[in-house]
Write a protein that binds this ligand. Structure first.
Ligand code: HBI
Ligand code: FE
Length: 290
């Protein structure tokens, strides 16, 4: 997910194609960079069983993400294309919104080629190869979710024309990045921002601080979000089908409705919420007082 803080990385000066894609130059990754991927992967391999949704865990295997070192995006795309027709294209860093939506609308996921520096092992703000490939790619192997991402890309292009990007960015944030799924065995993670973060994988499901609320499109499009810490509210869907169906309605009325209504604070609950867990917000209060 884009934030305006963009540190330079070793790909930042790479030759860019008109669609901002670059050569991943896979053979230029150092042992240290591959080793950093492996340690991040080991962390998530321990924390995600019983926490990530089945589709995510299944795709980690079928996409052979467990192989040693940073994946070669070309070889990974060969496997993914056979499943849902999607591919993973290397980019140096954040791409402009219109470019991002165009890639998604054409079933290409732009993935940052750089891996986070050691000092940001636990947490970094902009999307690196671990966040983008480990966090986002598995669910692109799930046909319904993959169709949703394509629809989101097309919806994004329309939203840009209508000047409604903030609303759609909120939908992306609270689903693709920080979404939870309700299953018969309880809540499970599908958001890439959570699935690629060892600590938020636990916090999002087990901490008493955050709210957990059933997703409502209009409500989410009015809700502000936190970019530099854990989420204060997590939105829950009951199936990827629900998410996809929701996106096949005309967003025009939604945009009109949200335009006249004030934004909702990230930690607030509203009377129409279907609340699964009313958060204590203690984590955030403690941060504020700190
Ligand atoms: C548009 C979308 O909501 C968001 O602003 C963007 N995300 C990304 C982006 N670029 C990259 N590489 N990765 C993202 O996640 N550009 C824009
Ligand atoms: Fe992301």
């Amino acid at each position: 997910m884009a934030t305006d803080v963009q540190q330079k990385n070793r790909y930042s000066n790479a030759d860019k194609n008109s669609d901002y894609t670059i050569d991943q130059a896979w053979d230029t990754y150092s042992i240290a960079e591959h080793n950093r991927w492996d340690r991040l992967f080991e962390c998530q391999k321990k924390v995600l069983p019983g926490r990530a949704c089945d589709a995510f865990l299944k795709a980690m295997e079928s996409l052979e993400l467990s192989e040693q070192g940073i994946p070669h995006m070309g070889k990974l795309s060969d496997r993914l294309e056979k499943m849902t027709g999607w591919s993973v294209v290397p980019v140096a860093d954040l791409v402009p919104d219109d470019v991002f939506f165009d890639h998604l609308a054409n079933k290409r996921f732009p993935a940052g080629a750089f891996i986070r520096p050691e000092k940001e092992f636990e947490y970094l703000q902009e999307p690196d190869v671990f966040h983008d490939v480990f966090g986002h790619v598995p669910l692109l192997a799930e046909p319904v979710f993959a169709e949703f991402m394509e629809a989101y890309g097309k919806g994004g292009q329309r939203a840009l024309k209508l000047g409604q990007l903030p609303n759609l960015a909120r939908l992306y944030w609270y689903t693709v990045e920080f979404g939870l799924l309700q299953t018969d065995d309880g809540l499970r993670i599908y958001g890439a921002g959570i699935a690629s973060s060892p600590n938020e994988s636990v916090f999002s499901l087990e901490d008493f601080s955050p709210n957990r609320v059933m997703l409502d499109l209009e409500r989410v499009m009015r809700t502000k979000y936190i970019i530099d810490d854990y989420q204060q509210t997590y939105f829950v869907i009951d199936s990827f089908e629900t998410l996809l169906e929701a996106c096949y309605q005309d967003f025009g009325d939604l945009y009109a409705a949200t335009k006249s209504l004030e934004a909702i604070e990230a930690h607030d609950l509203i009377e129409t919420d279907q609340v699964l867990h009313r958060g204590t917000l203690n984590y955030f209060k403690s941060k504020k007082d700190a």
